[in-house]
Write a protein that binds this ligand. Structure first.
Ligand code: HEC
Length: 197
């Protein structure tokens, strides 16, 4: 998806409203379908309330006022990286774990970001990296770091940003999925082979 920064702000605001409207319609449709499957007769007002609850953004994630930098912050951040199990998906060196197939919310193969060579969807500004670590990326396997103190997450951001080199691996979502599918397939084959007599 390219950037639409050249559109006037009022058009972008209208587009955002339209996306939100479609999201609400989608949630309403899915909710209606599950209720019909359960044969539940729920009053329209209650459904509207549930849709509102699912689609109204919560409080914005509070970001630190200052960003620790330098080798000591990165060393502390490296410990937080181990402590929170980031290496389980992103690997010890940040480039990923090809032997660990991951799947998104829809059951499609997913690929953890190569934190060293790939660009980040949200950009590399500390605020953005922080928000994605603190709030997770819904729909993907990347989890939210709940209950981790802000100072520790700020150190983690210093570590993650320190790993990142000039991006050399730029993949579309489709290519990421194809890559993940191939890896999941290869891991499946290896596991079958190891069980073979
Ligand atoms: C269960 C696997 C998993 C774990 C654990 C995990 N991640 Fe991720 N992470 C992913 C996946 C998958 C993506 C790519 C999501 C996408 O864009 O579809 C991702 C994306 C990211 C991104 C890119 C954000 C962007 O803007 O594109 C960063 C940074 C990141 N992870 C850091 C971390 C850190 C730090 C931790 C530990 C607190 C962590 N991740 C834990 C799977 C994981």
């Amino acid at each position: 998806m390219r950037a639409f920064g050249t559109l006037p702000e009022s058009d972008r605001a209208l587009l955002a409203q339209e996306v939100r409207r479609r999201q609400r319609d989608g949630v309403r449709e899915r909710l209606g379908k599950s209720l019909r499957e359960l044969d539940e007769d729920i009053p329209e007002a209650e459904i509207r309330q549930a849709v509102e609850l699912c689609t109204t953004p919560g409080e914005p994630v509070a970001v630190p006022a200052e960003w620790p930098q330098g080798p000591s912050a990165q060393t502390r951040g490296r410990e937080v990286y181990s402590l929170l199990g980031c290496a389980k998906c992103h690997g010890d060196d940040g480039t990923g774990m090809p032997d660990e197939p991951l799947f998104d919310e829809q059951g499609e193969p997913a690929r953890a970001r190569d934190l060293v060579h790939e660009p980040f969807k949200g950009g590399r500004q500390p605020e953005s990296v922080y928000r994605r670590i603190a709030a997770g990326m819904p729909g993907t396997p990347h989890p939210a770091a709940v209950d981790t103190p802000q100072a520790q997450l700020a150190d983690l951001v210093a570590y993650v940003r320190g790993l990142a080199k000039e991006p050399t691996l730029t993949l579309t979502n489709h290519q990421r999925r194809e890559w993940a599918t191939a890896l999941a397939y290869a891991a499946g084959l290896r596991s079958l082979r190891s069980k073979a007599p």
